[in-house]
Design a protein around this ligand. Structure first.
Ligand code: AMP
Length: 282
Protein backbone atom coordinates (compact mmCIF):
# COMPACT_ATOMS: atom_id res chain seq x y z
CA UNK A 1 0.00 0.00 0.00
CA UNK A 2 1.35 3.39 -0.99
CA UNK A 3 1.14 6.09 1.68
CA UNK A 4 0.72 9.49 0.05
CA UNK A 5 1.07 12.77 1.92
CA UNK A 6 0.81 15.39 -0.80
CA UNK A 7 -2.04 16.47 -3.06
CA UNK A 8 0.30 16.53 -6.05
CA UNK A 9 1.33 12.91 -5.60
CA UNK A 10 -2.26 11.81 -4.88
CA UNK A 11 -3.40 13.38 -8.15
CA UNK A 12 -0.59 11.67 -10.05
CA UNK A 13 -1.46 8.25 -8.60
CA UNK A 14 -5.16 8.60 -9.31
CA UNK A 15 -4.48 9.88 -12.85
CA UNK A 16 -2.31 6.83 -13.51
CA UNK A 17 -5.06 4.44 -12.34
CA UNK A 18 -7.56 6.26 -14.54
CA UNK A 19 -5.26 6.07 -17.58
CA UNK A 20 -5.01 2.32 -17.00
CA UNK A 21 -8.83 2.20 -17.08
CA UNK A 22 -9.12 1.19 -13.43
CA UNK A 23 -12.12 2.09 -11.30
CA UNK A 24 -11.39 3.75 -7.95
CA UNK A 25 -13.36 3.26 -4.73
CA UNK A 26 -12.64 5.89 -2.08
CA UNK A 27 -13.09 5.48 1.69
CA UNK A 28 -12.60 8.72 3.65
CA UNK A 29 -11.95 8.28 7.39
CA UNK A 30 -10.49 10.06 10.39
CA UNK A 31 -8.43 6.99 11.32
CA UNK A 32 -8.52 4.98 14.57
CA UNK A 33 -9.90 2.35 12.24
CA UNK A 34 -12.24 -0.46 13.28
CA UNK A 35 -14.47 -3.07 11.64
CA UNK A 36 -16.98 -0.39 10.61
CA UNK A 37 -14.33 1.29 8.46
CA UNK A 38 -13.12 -2.10 7.24
CA UNK A 39 -16.63 -2.95 6.01
CA UNK A 40 -16.43 0.14 3.78
CA UNK A 41 -13.00 -0.91 2.48
CA UNK A 42 -14.34 -4.41 1.72
CA UNK A 43 -17.34 -3.01 -0.15
CA UNK A 44 -15.03 -0.69 -2.09
CA UNK A 45 -12.77 -3.60 -2.99
CA UNK A 46 -15.67 -5.70 -4.17
CA UNK A 47 -17.00 -2.96 -6.45
CA UNK A 48 -13.81 -1.34 -7.80
CA UNK A 49 -10.38 -2.22 -9.17
CA UNK A 50 -8.51 -0.03 -6.67
CA UNK A 51 -9.31 1.17 -3.15
CA UNK A 52 -7.97 4.49 -1.93
CA UNK A 53 -8.58 5.33 1.75
CA UNK A 54 -7.84 8.58 3.50
CA UNK A 55 -6.94 9.17 7.13
CA UNK A 56 -7.40 12.82 8.03
CA UNK A 57 -8.62 14.20 11.35
CA UNK A 58 -10.32 17.17 9.78
CA UNK A 59 -9.94 20.24 12.03
CA UNK A 60 -12.77 22.17 10.35
CA UNK A 61 -15.45 19.71 11.42
CA UNK A 62 -14.65 19.99 15.14
CA UNK A 63 -16.17 22.71 17.32
CA UNK A 64 -13.98 24.77 19.68
CA UNK A 65 -14.87 22.63 22.71
CA UNK A 66 -14.77 19.28 20.94
CA UNK A 67 -12.16 16.53 20.91
CA UNK A 68 -9.94 17.49 17.94
CA UNK A 69 -6.66 17.40 19.87
CA UNK A 70 -7.43 14.24 21.81
CA UNK A 71 -9.06 12.37 18.89
CA UNK A 72 -7.29 8.95 18.72
CA UNK A 73 -4.48 8.81 16.16
CA UNK A 74 -3.32 5.25 15.51
CA UNK A 75 -1.49 5.52 12.21
CA UNK A 76 0.58 2.31 12.34
CA UNK A 77 -2.39 0.10 13.27
CA UNK A 78 -4.51 1.83 10.61
CA UNK A 79 -1.91 1.07 7.93
CA UNK A 80 -1.79 -2.57 8.98
CA UNK A 81 -5.58 -2.97 8.84
CA UNK A 82 -5.85 -1.23 5.47
CA UNK A 83 -3.01 -3.27 4.00
CA UNK A 84 -4.62 -6.50 5.22
CA UNK A 85 -7.87 -5.58 3.43
CA UNK A 86 -6.09 -4.91 0.15
CA UNK A 87 -6.26 -1.13 0.15
CA UNK A 88 -4.08 0.15 -2.74
CA UNK A 89 -3.22 3.62 -1.47
CA UNK A 90 -3.64 5.67 1.69
CA UNK A 91 -3.93 9.44 1.44
CA UNK A 92 -2.61 10.88 4.69
CA UNK A 93 -2.28 14.66 4.29
CA UNK A 94 -1.45 17.18 7.02
CA UNK A 95 -3.95 19.96 7.83
CA UNK A 96 -1.53 22.41 6.16
CA UNK A 97 -1.46 20.30 3.00
CA UNK A 98 -5.28 20.23 2.88
CA UNK A 99 -6.03 23.83 3.85
CA UNK A 100 -2.77 25.74 3.15
CA UNK A 101 -0.81 27.63 5.80
CA UNK A 102 -3.34 30.47 5.79
CA UNK A 103 -6.42 28.24 6.11
CA UNK A 104 -9.45 28.21 3.82
CA UNK A 105 -11.62 31.14 2.78
CA UNK A 106 -13.86 28.89 0.69
CA UNK A 107 -16.53 26.64 2.15
CA UNK A 108 -18.98 24.13 0.76
CA UNK A 109 -22.21 24.10 2.71
CA UNK A 110 -25.57 22.45 2.13
CA UNK A 111 -28.74 24.32 3.14
CA UNK A 112 -31.53 22.99 5.37
CA UNK A 113 -30.25 19.45 5.96
CA UNK A 114 -27.80 20.52 8.71
CA UNK A 115 -30.68 22.23 10.57
CA UNK A 116 -31.69 18.95 12.18
CA UNK A 117 -30.24 16.24 14.45
CA UNK A 118 -26.47 16.65 15.04
CA UNK A 119 -26.36 19.93 13.09
CA UNK A 120 -28.43 21.63 15.80
CA UNK A 121 -25.78 20.79 18.39
CA UNK A 122 -22.63 21.08 16.24
CA UNK A 123 -23.11 24.38 14.36
CA UNK A 124 -20.29 24.32 11.76
CA UNK A 125 -19.70 20.58 11.74
CA UNK A 126 -21.36 19.68 8.44
CA UNK A 127 -19.82 22.62 6.61
CA UNK A 128 -16.44 21.22 7.65
CA UNK A 129 -17.47 17.76 6.44
CA UNK A 130 -18.83 18.83 3.05
CA UNK A 131 -15.86 21.11 2.43
CA UNK A 132 -13.30 18.39 3.12
CA UNK A 133 -15.23 15.73 1.18
CA UNK A 134 -15.56 18.07 -1.82
CA UNK A 135 -11.80 18.70 -1.66
CA UNK A 136 -11.16 14.94 -1.45
CA UNK A 137 -13.40 14.30 -4.46
CA UNK A 138 -11.41 16.88 -6.44
CA UNK A 139 -8.06 15.44 -5.36
CA UNK A 140 -8.77 11.68 -5.37
CA UNK A 141 -11.22 11.73 -8.31
CA UNK A 142 -12.91 8.43 -7.38
CA UNK A 143 -15.67 6.60 -9.25
CA UNK A 144 -17.41 5.62 -6.02
CA UNK A 145 -17.14 6.81 -2.41
CA UNK A 146 -18.15 4.81 0.67
CA UNK A 147 -19.80 6.13 3.81
CA UNK A 148 -21.47 4.51 6.83
CA UNK A 149 -25.12 4.68 7.83
CA UNK A 150 -23.74 5.17 11.35
CA UNK A 151 -23.42 8.88 10.45
CA UNK A 152 -26.85 8.96 8.85
CA UNK A 153 -27.20 12.74 8.55
CA UNK A 154 -23.70 13.00 7.07
CA UNK A 155 -24.58 10.43 4.39
CA UNK A 156 -27.72 12.36 3.39
CA UNK A 157 -25.83 15.67 3.26
CA UNK A 158 -22.98 14.21 1.20
CA UNK A 159 -25.40 12.63 -1.26
CA UNK A 160 -27.06 15.98 -1.72
CA UNK A 161 -23.79 17.90 -2.09
CA UNK A 162 -22.57 15.37 -4.67
CA UNK A 163 -25.76 15.73 -6.70
CA UNK A 164 -25.98 19.53 -6.38
CA UNK A 165 -22.32 20.06 -7.38
CA UNK A 166 -22.46 17.42 -10.16
CA UNK A 167 -19.55 15.40 -8.83
CA UNK A 168 -19.30 12.29 -11.05
CA UNK A 169 -19.05 10.11 -7.94
CA UNK A 170 -21.45 7.35 -6.92
CA UNK A 171 -22.18 7.56 -3.18
CA UNK A 172 -22.51 4.20 -1.46
CA UNK A 173 -23.85 4.00 2.11
CA UNK A 174 -23.11 0.82 4.05
CA UNK A 175 -24.94 -0.66 7.09
CA UNK A 176 -23.87 -0.01 10.68
CA UNK A 177 -21.35 -2.53 12.02
CA UNK A 178 -21.98 -3.37 15.68
CA UNK A 179 -20.23 -5.20 18.50
CA UNK A 180 -21.79 -8.58 19.36
CA UNK A 181 -23.79 -6.90 22.16
CA UNK A 182 -25.15 -4.30 19.73
CA UNK A 183 -23.01 -1.22 20.48
CA UNK A 184 -22.30 0.58 17.20
CA UNK A 185 -18.56 0.60 16.50
CA UNK A 186 -17.03 4.06 16.78
CA UNK A 187 -13.50 5.42 17.09
CA UNK A 188 -14.80 7.30 20.14
CA UNK A 189 -15.78 4.06 21.96
CA UNK A 190 -12.18 3.85 23.13
CA UNK A 191 -12.82 6.89 25.36
CA UNK A 192 -15.35 4.83 27.40
CA UNK A 193 -14.46 3.32 30.79
CA UNK A 194 -15.66 -0.24 31.42
CA UNK A 195 -18.67 1.09 33.32
CA UNK A 196 -19.49 3.65 30.61
CA UNK A 197 -19.10 0.96 27.94
CA UNK A 198 -21.89 -1.02 29.69
CA UNK A 199 -24.07 2.07 30.03
CA UNK A 200 -23.55 2.88 26.34
CA UNK A 201 -25.67 -0.16 25.52
CA UNK A 202 -28.65 1.97 26.58
CA UNK A 203 -28.48 3.62 23.12
CA UNK A 204 -28.95 0.48 21.05
CA UNK A 205 -31.39 -0.95 23.60
CA UNK A 206 -33.61 2.12 23.19
CA UNK A 207 -33.48 1.85 19.39
CA UNK A 208 -34.44 -1.82 19.59
CA UNK A 209 -37.30 -0.94 21.92
CA UNK A 210 -38.54 1.63 19.40
CA UNK A 211 -38.33 -0.93 16.58
CA UNK A 212 -40.30 -3.39 18.66
CA UNK A 213 -43.00 -0.85 19.59
CA UNK A 214 -43.22 0.21 15.95
CA UNK A 215 -43.64 -3.38 14.79
CA UNK A 216 -46.45 -3.73 17.37
CA UNK A 217 -48.25 -0.83 15.72
CA UNK A 218 -46.99 2.30 17.51
CA UNK A 219 -46.69 4.97 14.79
CA UNK A 220 -46.52 8.07 16.98
CA UNK A 221 -42.96 9.51 17.15
CA UNK A 222 -43.74 11.35 20.39
CA UNK A 223 -44.65 8.09 22.11
CA UNK A 224 -41.60 6.31 20.68
CA UNK A 225 -39.12 9.02 21.70
CA UNK A 226 -40.68 9.25 25.17
CA UNK A 227 -40.29 5.50 25.68
CA UNK A 228 -36.73 5.68 24.34
CA UNK A 229 -35.83 8.47 26.74
CA UNK A 230 -37.11 6.44 29.70
CA UNK A 231 -35.23 3.41 28.46
CA UNK A 232 -31.94 5.34 28.10
CA UNK A 233 -32.20 6.96 31.52
CA UNK A 234 -33.11 3.56 32.99
CA UNK A 235 -29.90 2.02 31.64
CA UNK A 236 -27.67 5.09 32.03
CA UNK A 237 -29.18 7.45 34.63
CA UNK A 238 -26.47 10.12 34.21
CA UNK A 239 -26.57 10.14 30.44
CA UNK A 240 -27.11 13.51 28.76
CA UNK A 241 -29.55 13.03 25.92
CA UNK A 242 -28.72 15.53 23.18
CA UNK A 243 -31.59 14.45 20.95
CA UNK A 244 -33.84 11.55 20.10
CA UNK A 245 -35.72 12.12 16.84
CA UNK A 246 -37.87 10.37 14.29
CA UNK A 247 -37.21 11.98 10.92
CA UNK A 248 -37.91 11.69 7.21
CA UNK A 249 -35.10 9.67 5.56
CA UNK A 250 -34.34 12.30 2.87
CA UNK A 251 -35.35 15.70 4.27
CA UNK A 252 -34.46 14.85 7.90
CA UNK A 253 -37.58 16.81 8.95
CA UNK A 254 -39.14 15.56 12.21
CA UNK A 255 -42.20 13.39 11.55
CA UNK A 256 -45.57 13.83 13.27
CA UNK A 257 -46.63 10.32 12.38
CA UNK A 258 -44.76 7.46 10.71
CA UNK A 259 -46.20 6.56 7.30
CA UNK A 260 -43.39 5.33 5.03
CA UNK A 261 -39.72 4.87 5.80
CA UNK A 262 -38.42 6.78 8.85
CA UNK A 263 -35.10 7.14 10.62
CA UNK A 264 -34.88 7.06 14.38
CA UNK A 265 -31.67 8.79 15.42
CA UNK A 266 -30.11 9.80 18.70
CA UNK A 267 -27.07 11.44 20.24
CA UNK A 268 -26.27 10.80 23.88
CA UNK A 269 -23.32 11.81 26.03
CA UNK A 270 -22.08 9.04 28.34
CA UNK A 271 -19.54 10.46 30.80
CA UNK A 272 -17.72 12.85 28.46
CA UNK A 273 -18.16 10.80 25.31
CA UNK A 274 -20.74 11.79 22.72
CA UNK A 275 -22.19 8.77 20.95
CA UNK A 276 -24.63 8.58 18.03
CA UNK A 277 -26.70 5.74 16.62
CA UNK A 278 -29.76 5.21 14.44
CA UNK A 279 -32.09 2.69 12.82
CA UNK A 280 -34.05 2.90 9.60
CA UNK A 281 -37.59 1.59 9.93
CA UNK A 282 -39.49 0.62 6.82
P1 AMP B 1 -14.94 8.42 10.82
O1 AMP B 1 -13.55 7.89 10.79
O2 AMP B 1 -15.60 8.31 12.16
O3 AMP B 1 -15.06 9.77 10.19
O4 AMP B 1 -15.79 7.44 9.90
C1 AMP B 1 -15.41 7.21 8.56
C2 AMP B 1 -16.52 6.49 7.87
O5 AMP B 1 -16.77 5.23 8.52
C3 AMP B 1 -17.85 7.26 7.90
O6 AMP B 1 -18.48 7.16 6.63
C4 AMP B 1 -18.62 6.56 8.97
O7 AMP B 1 -20.02 6.65 8.81
C5 AMP B 1 -18.15 5.13 8.79
N1 AMP B 1 -18.39 4.36 10.02
C6 AMP B 1 -18.03 4.71 11.28
N2 AMP B 1 -18.47 3.79 12.17
C7 AMP B 1 -19.14 2.85 11.45
C8 AMP B 1 -19.84 1.65 11.80
N3 AMP B 1 -19.95 1.25 13.05
N4 AMP B 1 -20.39 0.93 10.79
C9 AMP B 1 -20.29 1.35 9.50
N5 AMP B 1 -19.64 2.46 9.12
C10 AMP B 1 -19.08 3.21 10.07
Amino acid sequence: MQVIETIKEMRAVTAKYRTEGKTIGFVPTMGALHEGHMSLVRAARAENDIVIASVFVNPTQFGPNEDYTRYPRTFDEDCELLEREGCGALFFPSPEEMYGMAGSLTWVSVDQLPEHLCGLHRPDHFQGVTTVVAKFFNIVDPHRAYFGQKDYQQSVIIRRMTADLNFPVEIRVMPIVRESDGLALSSRNRYLSADERLKALALVDSLRLAEQLYSQGEKNPAVLTDMMQRSILGGAPNAKIEYIAVVHPDTLEPLKTIKGTAVIALAVVIGTTRLIDNVIIE
